[in-house]
Design a protein around this ligand. Structure first.
Ligand SMILES: Nc1nc2c(ncn2[C@@H]2O[C@H](COP(=O)(O)OP(=O)(O)OP(=O)(O)O)[C@@H](O)[C@H]2O)c(=O)[nH]1
Ligand SMILES: [Mg+2]
Length: 193
């Protein structure tokens, strides 16, 4: 994976890119570090907009990688201030985007290592399994935790999502320290090439 270019931002699903290519989709709660991960993976400072305030990404953003596949940055869920509306919006998005899109190769479900999986994490996980969409969970921002807390966090995720196994479909990541970025990069290239 070398070249990344921004393709488009869309708000509604009839604007999906005309050129169909495999999609690697980043999903997860707001502020978990999805956009930052894209920048870290491609060593670009700010191709994906990030923010310390939750709710930065409000549209579905398509990036084209080596003219071969898309990386798709989804808006985060669980932004507390608009929780109810947000949930309804997210459910609609999930239903439409995941159910009507046949090009998804794999979803990278980002979970904040500092918190237990939320209701919306569980909802997303249920959807992906129901629709038979391949996914992995990325337990993110582990640089913020002590080793003993990382162990606890991993345990909590495995309790909630027992189908996961470390190094296979579960990764511990820090975009700040670069932990796991290369494993996840290999996973992506193995998926789309
Ligand atoms: N310590 C640490 N901070 C991180 C990491 N990844 C992202 N952050 C920080 O977390 C904040 C949110 O990052 P974003 O990448 O904007 O999060 P997002 O998931 O795209 O959020 P939405 O666009 O709201 O869905 C920023 O302040 C980042 O610098 C990480 O691995 N470790
Ligand atoms: Mg974002």
């Amino acid at each position: 994976m070398k070249n990344i270019e921004f393709v488009k931002s869309i708000a509604v699903l009839d604007q999906l890119p005309e050129i169909k290519l495999p999609e690697i989709v980043l999903a997860g709660r707001s502020n978990v570090g999805k956009s930052t991960f894209i920048n870290a993976l491609f060593k670009r400072k700010a191709i994906a907009k990030t923010s310390s305030t939750p709710g930065k990404t409000r549209t579905i953003n398509y990036y084209l990688i080596d003219s071969k596949f898309y990386v798709v940055d989804l808006p985060g869920f669980g932004y507390a201030k608009v929780a109810k509306k947000e949930r309804a919006y997210w459910e609609r998005l999930l239903i439409k985007y995941f159910a009507e899109n046949n090009n998804i190769s794999r979803v990278l479900h980002f979970v904040d290592s500092r918190h237990k999986p939320t209701q919306l994490d569980i909802l997303l996980n249920n959807y992906l399994r129901e629709l038979d969409i391949p996914y992995v969970v990325i337990l993110n921002k582990i640089d913020k935790l002590k080793q003993s807390e990382v162990v606890k966090s991993r345990k909590a995720v495995l309790e909630q999502f027992p189908e996961l196994s470390l190094g296979d479909n579960l990764f511990l990541n820090s975009s700040v320290k670069g932990i796991s970025n290369s494993e996840i990069a290999s996973l992506i290239t193995n998926t789309v090439y």
